[in-house]
Design a protein around this ligand. Structure first.
Ligand code: S3P
Length: 182
């Protein structure tokens, strides 16, 4: 696998819907690249001492979004290029977040089919997915977010039927390709 990104001093930022593999891929990739792995949800949990479901239950979504913004602001203590960052599925819905992330790195969109997402998130405690008709809920959220995900990302990697290593390989290739305009 050609994973040579050493000359590219930008973070690799993984975005996309819940269950598209951002955290799994991000951790693996950070290990390979010897970069620091961060996940915005983990940062928020560390910052608040609460779990994501607790924050939603006690304070509501808006307060969670504010904490997401704070977590992203806090990334400024890392040099751009130091991180592989996995972002919560709603991070890119705020323009301010996108602006900060763009300044640090390459924004990669991971996608998966509704079937695959359904399979991966079934039984999870994600607050936005606590509904009886999970398929419908995913479809609804996905269709409202899809245009935004596509607009803010530098390139897209579909993940259905691929191993994490195949996905990583595509990400490395994509990052290398956009370097000149980068
Ligand atoms: C959310 C995605 C979650 C988490 C929160 C809200 C969203 O992260 O940030 O439950 O709005 O899509 P993952 O995408 O890592 O599951």
């Amino acid at each position: 696998m050609n994973r040579d990104l050493n000359g590219i001093e930008r973070d690799v930022i993984l975005t996309g819907f819940m269950g598209t593999g951002k955290t799994t891929i991000g951790k693996e990739m950070a290990g390979e690249l010897e970069r620091t792995f961060l996940d915005t949800d983990d940062l928020i949990e560390e910052l608040t001492g609460k779990t994501i479901p607790q924050i939603f239950a006690d304070e509501g979504e808006e307060s969670f979004r504010q904490k997401e913004l704070e977590a992203i602001k806090g990334l400024s203590r890392y040099s751009p290029g130091e991180l592989v960052l996995s972002t919560g599925g709603g991070v890119v819905l705020r323009k301010e977040n996108v602006k900060m992330l763009r300044n640090r790195g390459v924004i990669v969109l991971l996608t998966a089919s509704v079937e695959e997402i359904l399979h991966r998130v079934k039984g999870s405690d994600r607050p936005l997915l606590q509904q009886d008709n999970l398929r419908e809920r995913i479809q609804e959220l996905l269709s409202s977010r899809e245009p935004i995900y596509r607009e803010v990302s530098d390139f897209v990697v579909p993940t259905d039927g691929k191993t994490p290593w195949q996905v990583m390989e595509e990400i490395y290739a994509g990052v290398r390709e956009i370097k000149p305009s980068g």
